[in-house]
Write a protein that binds this ligand. Sequence first.
Ligand SMILES: Nc1nc2c(c(=O)[nH]1)N[C@H]1C(S)=C(S)[C@@H](COP(=O)(O)O)O[C@H]1N2
Ligand SMILES: [Mo]
Length: 201
Amino acid sequence: MAFISRGFRGKRRDTASSSRVPPGQHTVNDFPVLSAGPTPRVDLAKWTFTVNGEIDEPRTWTWDQLKALPSEQFNVDIHCVTKWSKLDTAWKGVSVDTLMDGVDTAAEYVVAFSDGGYTTNMPLDEITDHKAWVVYEYAGAPLHPEHGGPVRLLVPHLYLWKSAKWLRGLTLKNQDEPGFWESNGYNNHGDPWREERYWGD
Ligand SMILES: Nc1nc2c(c(=O)[nH]1)N[C@H]1C(S)=C(S)[C@@H](COP(=O)(O)O)O[C@H]1N2
Ligand SMILES: [Mo]
C-alpha cells in the first residue's frame, strides 16, 4: 500500500512538473545569480520604497513601514530567459495590490526602478490582481543581496528579468517605456509560455 501510494505520488509529481516547465526551459535545483552590474550596498536606515509618476501624491515607505504592511507567503515557479526554471520557490513579501491600495491612477504602464539604475517595464495590469509582489524573504531567510535583497520585485508569470532586484520603487506611466533589457534586445513583454524572449519573438 505504501509502495503503491509512493509510486503514484512520484508519477503525478513528474507529470505536474513537466506541465509546469515552459517551452525551451529546463529545471534547476540551485539558484543561479544573474546581475548586469555589481550588488549595491544598501543602508536600511536611509532606504525608502516609492510609488511615483502618474499619481496625485507619491507614496513612500521606510524599511520599517514596508515590513509592517500585511505580507503574504507563497510558492511560485520562476523562469529565466537563459532557459532555467526553478519550481516551487518560497517567498515572503507585500503584494503590489497592497502598495496600490486606494491609488487612483489613469496610468496603464509601470517602470520598476532599482538601486544601480536597472529598470524594467510592464503594463500595470501585469503586476496587479495577485500577480506580483515586493519580496524580502526567500526560503525563510532575508533575501540575499545577490538575489536582490533587501527587496526585489517578483513577477513570476513573466521571465525573471522583469523581477527587478534591489527594487526602490514603481513609476506609474501613461506611456510604455522600455527598461534596461527591453532596450537591449529582450522582448518587451516576456511571457515564458509564449517564448517571448527577444525583441520580435
Ligand atoms: N536590479 C537588477 N535586477 C535584475 C537584474 C539586474 O541585473 N539588476 N537581472 C535580471 C535578470 S536578467 C534575471 S534573470 C534575474 C536574476 O535573478 P537572480 O540573480 O536572483 O537569479 O534578475 C533580474 N533582475
Ligand atoms: Mo535574465
